[in-house]
Design a protein around this ligand. Structure first.
Ligand code: ZN
Length: 140
């Protein structure tokens, strides 16, 4: 597949539904219809109960919280423009996505900051979920 974007995984049996949703800029989370366990990335079996026939996807609201983050100061290649923020983002469902925080002020991103999803288009029509800070009024 020559059209596949660099450094982005091809959809497989487990991740196809998730990737297809990104074409519509929908962030979905795989949830087990039996035990209610949510997991990411999508798998072919539930890591909560082991079932393979009860997995579905539900639409996340696109909000999250920074669980951990770091600022990359030196880009690994010409496709990246440093500095940029790599972060673990925890969704309300409890799952964690490894993503980027898109911001003009990378050093201001803190653990616990609320973020909201934004979409980075890929050449093949899919999109990568990245996150932007949700600004809240300052106390002072
Ligand atoms: Zn389950």
């Amino acid at each position: 597949m020559n059209d596949a974007p660099k450094n982005v995984a091809e959809p497989d049996e487990a991740t196809r539904t998730w990737w297809e949703a990104t074409r519509e800029h929908r962030l979905v989370v795989q949830v087990c219809g039996d035990c209610g366990h949510a997991q990411h990335p999508p798998r072919t079996l539930c890591t909560g109960c082991g079932r393979t026939d009860t997995l579905g996807h539900h639409d996340s609201d696109g909000t999250g919280v920074v669980d951990a983050c770091t600022v990359v100061m030196r880009a690994p290649d010409a496709d990246h423009e440093a500095p940029y923020v790599v972060a673990r983002v925890r969704l309300p469902e409890g799952v964690i996505l490894l993503s980027n925080i898109v911001t003009d002020d990378p050093h201001a991103v803190r653990i616990g900051d609320p973020v909201t999803v934004s979409w980075q288009p890929l050449d093949d029509g899919r999109a990568l979920p990245v996150f932007r800070p949700v600004f809240t009024p300052q106390e002072n």
